[in-house]
Design a protein around this ligand. Sequence first.
Ligand code: GN1
Ligand code: MG
Length: 371
Amino acid sequence: MNESATLLPDSVARAFGGSRKPVESRPLGNGLIHRTVLARYETATGPLPLVHQRINTDVFREPARLMENLERITRHLREATPATAHSRFLQLRPTIRGELIHRDQAGDLWRSFVYLEETRSLDSVSRIDQAREAAHAFGRFAAILADLPAPPLHETIPRFHDMRGRIEALDSAIASDPLRRVPAATRELAELRKLLDRQEAVFGSADWANLPRRIAHHDCKLNNVLFDASATHAVCIVDLDTVMPGTLLSDFGELVRSAAATRTDPSRDPEHVKLDLDAYAAIAVGYMAGAGELLSGLEKRAMHFAPPLLTLMNAVRFMTDHLRGDTYFRIDSPGQNLERVHDQALLAGRLLDQLDEAREIIASAENESVR
Ligand code: GN1
Ligand code: MG
């Protein structure tokens, strides 16, 4: 079997691309959940680039509901986004027979999008204005989806950003320890506990339970914004599978976690993850400007609690998955989820150290964002 055959089953190419075979196919992006392939087809009317995605049905257990959400969300974004020079839209590509999902011979489910040419995603920012731009795009995304007509979107993953549930899952993984990995993870587990206690102590004053329920993206990582080729303008938000009811502070937290951290070589620097407060400020300004009137006073007052909370939530999830045997997050090397725990723990530590600065940054960003 050649590589493209293992990457993309023939039946998937046939279902979405017609009788043609792709002239090229390659893996796309750095997502940890689905398998994503970019395939280029030649058609009578010109080149057709498609993104095929094998849906991870262990994670998304109700694919039909997932696709129903996606169809409504992509349609609303297309219809309700004011036209600007840079906006592009995610467009689902049904099969030739008009279905949104194709089941291949192995029983795997695939869906497709039209690939947006001349776009790129960033795993870290090289310029502060990119952090601001990404945050602005996510803020605007929330503002546009706030007007999505009823009914509410399906909850595609129940209790997705429920920290209590995440901690319970970790505790039960520690108790059952199916692969006997707990002893070798003692250091990271202790690190995590200490941070969770610190978080708990400060979080007491956040009125989290009373935050308004809105449509949140829930995976607002920097690399889920497509930029134009020069990496200057955000053109489209992707990875919409977890767009569902929740709190927007989840999104602000994920943005800071993914776009305000700088990383150096861990073998040379024990503190290899640092917090970039200038990037933090740019994210706060961008997000508030993008969301406009949408954010309430309660949300703004609790905003600085979100980045450490979401960073720790990811640490807890990576640890749980490590103990369970790496069944959720894709790993490239053994122990990678444990490394991710350490990395997130370093960042969470910095975020907790600088909570007061963060609150001040957000207060001045609020003034700047309305200017
Ligand atoms: C997953 O696949 P990716 O990287 O876009 C995960 C997020 C995590 C993230 C950590 C559905 O997203 O919640 O924050 O990995 N998505 C899901 O990198 O669990
Ligand atoms: Mg992604």
